[in-house]
Design a protein around this ligand. Structure first.
Ligand SMILES: *Cc1c(COP(=O)(O)O)cnc(C)c1O
Length: 617
């Protein structure tokens, strides 16, 4: 079986491969390539971000299903509730889809800033929970009170005693009438694991220490807010790839919960376990990220809380989760065209044979023509040997630059052919050779904009071509984005190799997809070199099983982008116009023509047109 890019490790059955193409494993199973071509036919160029709401629904369904199953299985008396943490993806095409597909649940939104709170207030269905975490000022706390006057079921999580004091003041200002529920975030001793583990642990930015929790309890009691204390909250960091730290944290938090309950917090009735539920990003079985399943995760949470409640003789609390990465990652796929291959000079058509060539060149050519499965290894060694001799001859001045170029091309072609013929033998020698003949693929996207966690933290995302999967990819691939920054490169890594097809970009289109990019990447993405958020579209499915493209949002055009970083459209317009009109090098009709061109270019986004297109026009 050929390498299918680990799709059975990270793909979660969301895709099927048919006729060499990746198809969406849903309804009429359209292929990604047909969806992309359909969008490009409408004139859109550059990278395209596809959103699939059915994949958001799938994750929400799984989360509720496994927790409710565990609740049944362990005869647990509390309820399960979930919230989506907005910081993971605040884009309207995502949030609106999320609200739409989660209608059958009491699914809510978690906000960590004023702007996110406004999204939560205007998008959460009345009655579904809202939680507000992170540092808050008086205004933000007032917003929470206003939300509760609107009828929202909102909980303010206090991250420090100062915040609680402000809540008490705001409560007086609002005449102690309607008020939000209150949660307390615990500063845990336990911390998570992996690159995002900082949210837990004693040095964490967030939460109250034991002493502060006791003080908070006293303050709540004195201020008559104790009957609003509803939730205990923790979050031990994202992409928690082992389950042990969660269990440890649950024991800590469960006992704090029980203690407060015993002390007299009658309305306290919920434990919020935050996020951290991890996603499998790996394309290689030996670098898998997860050591647990959602089922195990749900079982552990429900069982452990039940056990603590039993030991402490208290009622079993409702359980809240704020999983973000788990819900959002799989819904977005970024697809970008290849613009160029950078060792394409190694083509047979680039050979420059003369009437009389050095004999070793003739031999290399004969090796290339005669290499087959049974002689591949021997011919490969001969070719490498000849190359050494020819390069020495060049250094000594016996052969010229054309001979040297022919040598490089021929040896490169022989190595490629040998690798293809010997593909079933994974010897070190072949792997080393593959490293040497890496192909650089220039991709029409920005890693800074679309994969910031790769750039900043070295997080890998599944990458693969979306067609030609019925032929074996032979090029060890390094990917270059189109920024002028050498960090915008995904280098070939022998431990996690990526092979792509050898294509002639002047004849064929070739698209690369980046999967699991729906969590964190979009809003963390930055406009380095002034590349913008890509054109995005929602792929919904009709009753009849066919897909339709909804809410297409084009990437910002050049002038919008410049305005976004506070350039004046007016000044840019005026200067361009002035410089064309005053130019002594242009006649009247050229001026009109050039101005027309400039305005057209300004109305397009900053991604490149394919080189293939330039050839057509
Ligand atoms: C970031 C965050 C989450 C989401 O974490 P994931 O790992 O994406 O599930 C949940 N709760 C809080 C408080 C957070 O800060």
């Amino acid at each position: 079986m050929q390498n299918l890019y680990g799709i059975n490790i990270w793909g979660d059955n969301n895709f099927i491969i048919k006729d060499g193409k990746i198809n969406i494993n849903y309804k009429n199973r359209p292929s990604l390539i047909e969806i992309v071509k359909n969008i490009r036919e409408k004139g859109h160029r550059g990278p395209i971000l596809l959103r699939f709401p059915h994949l958001i629904k799938k994750q929400i369904d799984k989360l509720y299903f496994e927790f409710n199953r565990a609740i049944d299985e362990f005869e647990y008396n509390g309820e399960f509730n979930a919230l989506f943490p907005l910081k993971v993806n605040q884009f309207p095409n995502f949030v609106n889809s999320l609200i739409d597909v989660s209608k059958e649940y009491n699914y809510g939104l978690e906000a960590g800033s004023k702007a996110e709170l406004i999204i939560a207030m205007t998008h959460t269905p009345l009655g579904s929970p809202i939680t507000v975490n992170g540092f808050k000022d008086r205004e933000m706390i007032s917003l929470c009170f206003i939300a509760s006057y609107m009828g929202h079921n909102i909980t303010i999580t206090i991250e420090g005693l100062g915040e609680l004091k402000t809540i008490i003041e705001v409560d007086s200002e609002f005449n102690h009438h309607i008020k939000p529920k209150i949660g307390i975030r615990v500063r845990l001793h336990s911390s998570g694991v992996g690159i995002w583990a900082k949210s837990g642990g004693y040095g964490s930015k967030f939460g109250l220490t034991s002493t502060e929790i006791l003080e908070a309890y006293e303050l709540l009691k004195e201020s008559t807010l104790l009957d609003r204390l509803y939730m205990i909250h923790f979050h031990i960091g994202s992409q928690m790839n082992q389950i042990a730290p969660l269990k440890k944290a649950l024991r800590e938090v469960g006992n704090i919960y029980a203690d407060l309950k015993k002390r007299g917090a009658k309305e306290l009735n919920a434990i919020n376990i935050g996020g951290g539920l991890a996603v499998e990003y790996s394309q290689h079985i030996d670098s898998k990220e997860l050591n647990y399943s959602l089922k195990e995760f749900a079982n552990d949470v429900v069982f452990l809380i039940k056990e603590i409640a039993k030991n402490k003789n208290i009622d079993e609390p409702d359980i809240f989760t704020e999983s973000g990465r788990f819900i959002a990652s799989s819904h977005a796929i970024l697809i970008a065209p290849i613009l160029e291959l950078f060792s394409s000079e190694y083509h047979e058509k680039s050979l420059r044979f003369k009437d009389k060539n050095p004999p070793l060149i003739g031999e290399l050519y004969a090796l290339l023509k005669a290499i087959n499965r049974s002689n591949a290894r021997e011919y490969l060694h001969d070719a490498l040997d000849h190359m050494e001799s020819l390069l020495t001859l060049f250094d000594l001045g016996y052969i010229d630059l054309e001979d040297r170029s022919n040598t490089e091309i021929l040896v490169n072609l022989i190595i490629k052919k040998a690798i293809l013929l010997l593909k079933d033998e994974d010897t070190d020698e072949l792997k080393i050779l593959q490293d040497k003949i890496q192909e650089k693929y220039l991709i029409n996207f920005s890693a800074f904009q679309s994969l910031p966690d790769f750039w900043g933290l070295g997080q890998n995302f599944p990458i693969m071509p979306i067609d030609r999967l019925d032929s074996k990819p032979t090029n060890s691939a390094t990917l270059w984005d189109i920024t002028c920054d050498s960090d915008g490169e995904i280098t070939f890594n022998r431990d996690r190799p990526l092979y792509l097809h050898d294509i002639d970009i002047t004849k064929d289109e070739y698209f690369i997809a980046f999967f699991l990019t729906g969590a964190y990447q979009e809003v963390l993405g930055m406009k380095h070199n002034l590349f913008t958020h890509p054109t995005e579209v929602i792929v919904n499915f009709n009753e009849d099983g066919n897909y339709r493209l909804d809410n297409l949002i084009e990437a910002e055009n050049l002038i919008e982008l410049l305005e976004d970083i506070e350039y004046s459209r007016n000044i840019i317009d005026k200067r361009l116009k002035y410089m064309i009109e005053e130019s002594k090098l242009l006649n009247h009709s050229q001026k009109r023509d050039f101005l027309g061109k400039l305005y057209l270019y300004l109305s397009e986004n900053s991604y490149l047109k394919t080189i293939f297109n330039y050839k057509l026009y």
